[in-house]
Design a protein around this ligand. Structure first.
Ligand code: GDP
Length: 302
């Protein structure tokens, strides 16, 4: 399925582990673990996690708890799964019980924000959810047009800025109010993503968040940060900055189909303690998948 094919490049990187473990024997442990660590590093698990995993395997091997290559492989899968789930945070959307729920989508331009928002609308519509989109990227002229195309494609209603001077917080606040009045289930808010020294993106995002909360106490229910999966570990500083400033509740990792650096999924969850909620594994409407840690581990280390 698309989760498996979406991670095929990362899986190719990690396939060497199977060969290593097939011929593993006790006297060969150091060399095999060195190469296993290298395979994890190449797939962007990051040094901290790669060392942690390998050292835990080493101590279990030396203690006689792991006796065959396939036991080592299972232990490896288990420890990756544990890293993804130990923080206990929910990978599904937490939308509360009051309607509309508000999802704010943030992230820098080019990461796949608009595409993800469109795919998310499509997914929600298919679940029978009444979705209202809000074009909160008022900075980039083409952004509203692009989102309108997605609204049409998914049969969603959309609120766009009226007049050139309309500001993002007011567009989002209008959308949330309309969502409330007209009985929408979810308002999906796009935001600006322009990183530029003279432009206060973070200030604008804070203002957007406040405007949403004024229109609907308790909202936004989710603030999803879209991260470009092809950037691997380089996404970490960006994730930290967004989180410190707006408080991220979940990640959407895009373009993982084009990336052999899928291990970054594990490092971003471990470093920030925030769950990945969706992964983008292609350009089609269906290629935004809810993140399932177990399916992910099976896809990269089958
Ligand atoms: P934005 O500037 O953050 O809104 O980025 P866009 O949504 O316009 O996406 C930038 C490019 O990345 C587009 O060409 C998308 O089709 C592409 N893209 C987005 N998500 C994915 C994905 O999961 N896989 C692949 N292969 N391409 C993607």
């Amino acid at each position: 399925d698309s989760l498996f094919s979406g991670f095929s490049k990362t899986r190719e990187n990690l396939a060497v582990i199977d060969e290593l473990l097939l011929y593993w024997n006790l006297s060969d442990t150091d060399r095999v673990l060195d190469e296993l660590e290298e395979a994890l590093l190449v797939s962007d698990f990051g040094p901290k996690i790669s060392i942690k995993i390998v050292e835990s395997l080493r101590s279990d091997i030396l203690a006689g708890k792991l006796k065959t290559g396939s036991e080592i492989k299972d232990a490896l899968k288990k420890s990756v799964l544990q890293l993804l789930t130990s923080k206990g945070s929910k990978t599904d959307l937490q939308l509360g019980y009051r309607k509309p729920a508000v999802i704010m989508v943030v992230g820098v331009n080019g990461g796949g924000k608009t595409t993800s928002l469109g795919k998310l609308a499509y997914r929600l519509k298919n679940e029978g959810v009444k979705v209202l989109m809000a074009a909160g990227d008022t900075f980039r002229a083409a952004a509203s047009d692009q989102l309108e195309v997605w609204a049409e494609r998914t049969g969603s209603e959309i609120v766009i800025a009226e007049g050139e001077k309309a500001k993002a917080p007011s567009v989002l606040s209008q959308a949330v109010k309309r969502g409330k009045e007209q009985g929408y289930d979810i308002v999906l808010c796009d935001t600006s993503g322009r990183l530029h020294t003279n432009y206060g993106l973070m200030e604008e995002l804070i203002a957007c968040k406040k405007a949403i909360a004024r229109a609907m106490p308790g909202a936004p229910n989710e603030i999803l940060l879209v991260l470009d999966g092809t950037t691997g570990l380089n996404m970490l500083p960006q994730a930290r900055e967004f989180n410190e400033i707006v408080g991220v509740t979940g990640f959407i990792l895009t373009k993982l189909d084009g990336s052999a650096r899928g291990g970054c999924v594990v490092s971003v969850v471990d470093e920030l303690g925030i769950p990945v909620k969706f992964v983008g594994v292609g350009e089609g409407l269906d290629d935004l998948q809810p993140f399932d840690p177990e399916a992910f581990v099976n896809a990269i280390l089958s």
